[in-house]
Structure formats: structure tokens, C-alpha cells
Design a protein around this ligand. Sequence first.
Ligand SMILES: [Zn+2]
Length: 125
Amino acid sequence: MDIKCPHCSRDVQAENINIQSCIAKCGYCSAVFGFADMVPGAAAPGPPKMTVEMPKDYTMENEGADLVITRSWLSRKYLWMLPVCVFWDGSLIFKLRLRPAGGALQEHLPREPVSRGGSRSRGAS
Ligand SMILES: [Zn+2]
């Protein structure tokens, strides 16, 4: 079955036909047209689509033209991480805050005081 352009009545080549959406483009006059009414059975619906349940932690919302899919990570199955996080963060706080004051810095600083004035004659005489 040939599909003919409704504007120039020429045959439309196969590479200019989209069967899924029943749209064709004429290679001669560049007219775009639907051919569902020209071909018998072209607009027949395909097999029914399966409906699949949304996973538990996911929500889907239409916001205008956008589709927003959100996954909630807050769940009881992650509750076991709480003691691990408290221990880990507590050890970091202990390591950084409760050490002797300036203990780590004094190890890396030079022993002699650095003079700022540029004059080194004070201790020489
Ligand atoms: Zn045409």
C-alpha cells in the first residue's frame, strides 16, 4: 500500500514514514501529514500496556510540563546507622576539640620567636 501526499499526490518514500506515530513527510513538497485515515488498521491500538506499581519509597508528581520523581531515603531500615554515626562523629569531635590546647600546632611551629621589626640587634649586645 502506497501512501500518497495529500498536497502533491506523489508517493511518499519509506524512509519518510513513521509507522508508530502515523506521520509521514513528503520528499517533494516537504508537507507533514498524518496517514492513519489512509491506511486501514493503522490507528488500531496495540496491545494494552502493563500497569506497574510504583516502588514504595518513590513519589511521582506532575508539575506543569515537568515530571518530578522523588525518592525518600528516610526509612527505619537505615536506623542502625545512627549509633555508627554518633560514634564516628563523636570520635572526630573528641579528636579535634578535646586535645590539649595548641598541642598539635606547637609541634610544627619553630622554637625561636620570629621578630617582626626586621631588627635583629636586640639580643646581640
Ligand atoms: Zn507532497
